[in-house]
Design a protein around this ligand. Structure first.
Ligand code: PMP
Length: 404
């Protein structure tokens, strides 16, 4: 096991003053097997150092916000320049206009942009806009999909009352019959259909959307006047420099973005078409920190770099290299490893592993060799990962799988 002495001392202190010692998706006690560090000291490129100085090649990328590498020089320079002038001010900087223009140029369906902080802000605002524009109540949401931590969408029922979710109707992702039935049950009262860029639920195989499913969602929205809401929070800019559904020829009405759009700086965006502009003008959407200028400077620099690097193509190539390498290593050891969904966002699950004994053993073994992976959540690649990093991970997997 890695030395986690400082980490463990901090965990003991944290338990006294932070509920559970840490909460949410970053709580290693709640989410991960023993051996994972809770606290980190620094990060650079594709590497992370925990508070005990252990170094890792990071395949989680902060759960998605990091896409160009930690402390990317272009992004950091833009941030430093803006910070020297002002960040949180009495009103927005000029960058908000520039950034809205940038998104409208970049993303086909967008006629306008609004900014916030977290992914939950963006998905929740999309739902409010859909209801505000249509005057209807029902939202269709895929079973098991994650859209944030507000009462309408949090995966934990604690503190949630029935009324928070009384107008949600669930369907199975990629199942047209199920989507159609959900829409029929909401007949006359349908405000929106909320869909993830692809099926990236925890604990299960990932699945890209079928063209048939995406078209059905568009058709139902068109027929009923409901909003088609695409949740790009996790996948945004990783699969495409337009929306993730652009390759299917299906445009949403509203899309929710956060995570990678500012390479780790706190920013979310809601993009919409003209049909929803009036509602977006009237809904009261705001937050004390939503207009901070530095994350907007970071986003402008990030989007430029993503275009220059053709990031989705690079991430796909790195992902394919990892997938192919892990596949042959697993085969060699006679282990059945499922790698599903887009290669740029790797998801690995072992067969016959309902209790994750293998997944946990694999990931803790990798951790000891300096590879930070996740046993049941999709992972993330960045343009800072090198072929050498990928090959190192494959070599470590070879060593770990030999002992599983
Ligand atoms: N939607 C999706 C698809 C997500 O993956 C997440 C975060 N994991 C969210 C919404 C919520 O984002 P945040 O945690 O920034 O509120």
């Amino acid at each position: 096991m890695n030395n986690l002495e400082r980490n463990n001392a901090l965990v003991a202190r944290a338990r006294r003053v932070i509920p559970g010692g840490m909460y949410g998706h970053m709580s290693v006690q709640r989410m991960l097997p023993a051996g994972y560090p809770q606290f980190f000291d620094r990060a650079e490129g594709a590497r992370l150092w925990d508070v005990d100085g252990n170094e890792y090649i990071d395949f989680m990328c902060a759960f998605g916000p990091m896409i160009l590498g930690y402390r990317h020089p272009g992004v950091e320079a833009a941030v430093a320049q803006q910070r020297s002038k002002g960040d949180t001010m009495t009103g927005p900087s000029a960058l908000v206009v520039e950034l809205a223009e940038r998104f409208v140029d970049q993303i086909s369906h967008a006629d306008w942009a609004m900014f916030a902080k977290n992914g939950t802000d963006a998905t929740t605002l999309c739902c409010t806009l859909a209801r505000g524009a249509t005057g209807k109540r029902k939202l269709l949401v895929a079973k098991g999909a994650y859209h944030g931590a507000a009462p309408w969408c949090t995966p934990s029922p604690k503190g949630v009352i029935e009324e928070d979710r009384s107008h949600l109707v669930h369907f199975e992702y990629n199942d047209v019959a199920s989507l159609t039935a959900a829409a029929q049950s909401a007949y006359g009262d349908l405000a929106g259909i909320v869909v993830s860029a692809f099926k990236h639920d925890a604990f299960v195989d990932q699945a890209l959307p079928t063209r048939e499913f995406a078209r059905a969602a568009r058709r139902i929205s068109d027929e009923t006047g409901a909003a088609l809401i695409l949740d790009e929070v996790r996948a945004g800019f990783r699969l495409s420099l337009d929306t993730s559904w652009s390759s299917l020829g299906v445009e949403p009405d509203l899309s929710a973005w956060s995570k990678a759009i500012a390479n780790g700086y706190a920013l979310a965006a809601v993009l919409g078409n003209d049909r929803f502009r009036d509602a977006a003008t009237k809904v009261y959407a705001t937050g004390s920190f939503w207009m901070q200028a530095t994350p907007m400077a970071a986003a402008l620099a990030t989007i430029s770099a993503l275009n220059e690097l053709d990031a989705p193509k690079r991430l796909e190539a790195l992902g394919q290299r990892l997938r192919t390498g892990l596949h042959s290593v697993a085969q060699r050891h006679g282990i059945s490893l499922r790698q599903t969904g887009p290669a740029a966002m790797p998801m690995m699950l072992f067969d016959d592993d309902a209790k994750l004994a293998r997944g946990n053993a694999f990931c803790t073994g990798m951790l000891e060799l300096g590879i930070y992976m996740h046993p049941w959540h999709n992972m993330f690649l960045s343009t800072a990962h090198t072929e050498g990093d990928i090959d190192r991970a494959i070599a470590c997997a070879d060593e770990v799988l030999a002992n599983i």
